[in-house]
Ligand binder design. Structure first.
Ligand SMILES: O=C(O)COP(=O)(O)O
Ligand SMILES: [Mg+2]
Length: 220
């Protein structure tokens, strides 16, 4: 059976925090609030944009402003690939996995339109059979249904799949779906979020870790 590698996007394939940071600080400025540091924004990422905004407003002692969401999304979609880049080594790893016969998909809590903007701009879309965004389905990670729906859209099978991510939501979604998890150490989550999952210290370690995680039948 063809194995499927499902990748998280922010903090796993791409370093997107510079553009998220800039867009969030434009929103904060428009609301008369001081800017956040890059590191503060890293701590807000992982549960999708509505939660990002709730955390940002909450950090300033304010209720989230639901009216801010559409404007933030438009601004972010227009600027999402200004400074966002693949982590070093990621394009080569995706080429190697494709050549080794892996089916690949993206399961991200980022809104799907912004995810497509980033993947297109960085010439990564061509690797993926499906992209499941944070607003593609009624639920998002850590709900395993987000991962299962993405796998289904990609034509993959959960019994022969690996979920690769940098956040405890990725590991939880994988385990809930019965999919093997792999944690990446170069992203935004603390190492403790691996929670016992195999850890890739750098992208070049992914092909061997994925082959081992997907089980002996998939090793070629
Ligand atoms: O948008 C977020 O909060 C996180 O996105 P991710 O699921 O690609 O890490
Ligand atoms: Mg992530």
């Amino acid at each position: 059976m063809q194995p499927t590698a499902v990748f998280d996007l922010d903090g796993t394939l791409v370093d997107s925090v510079p553009d998220i940071h800039a867009a969030l600080n434009r929103l904060m400025a428009a609301h008369g609030e001081p800017p956040f540091t890059l590191q503060e924004v890293v701590g807000f990422i992982g549960d999708g944009v509505p939660t990002l905004l709730a955390r940002a407003f909450g950090a300033r002692g304010r209720e989230p402003d639901p009216a801010a969401l559409p404007g933030f999304l438009l601004d972010y979609e227009a600027t999402a690939a200004q400074h966002t880049r693949p982590f070093e080594g990621i394009p080569a790893v995706l080429e190697a996995l494709k050549a080794a016969g892996w089916r690949m998909a993206v399961c991200t809590n980022k809104p799907v339109a912004a995810a497509h903007v980033v993947l297109e701009a960085l010439d990564l879309s061509r690797f993926f059979a499906a992209v499941g965004g944070g607003d593609s389905f009624p639920v998002r990670k850590p709900d395993p249904a987000h991962l299962l729906a993405t796998l289904q859209a990609a034509g993959g099978d959960p019994t022969c799949a690996v979920m690769i991510g940098d956040h405890h939501n990725d590991i939880a979604a994988a385990r809930g779906a019965g999919v093997a998890p792999v944690f990446v150490a170069w992203g935004y989550g603390p190492l403790a979020a691996a929670d016992g999952a195999p850890v890739a210290a750098r992208p070049s370690e992914l092909p061997a870790l994925l082959a081992a995680a997907a089980g002996p039948t998939s090793i070629r």
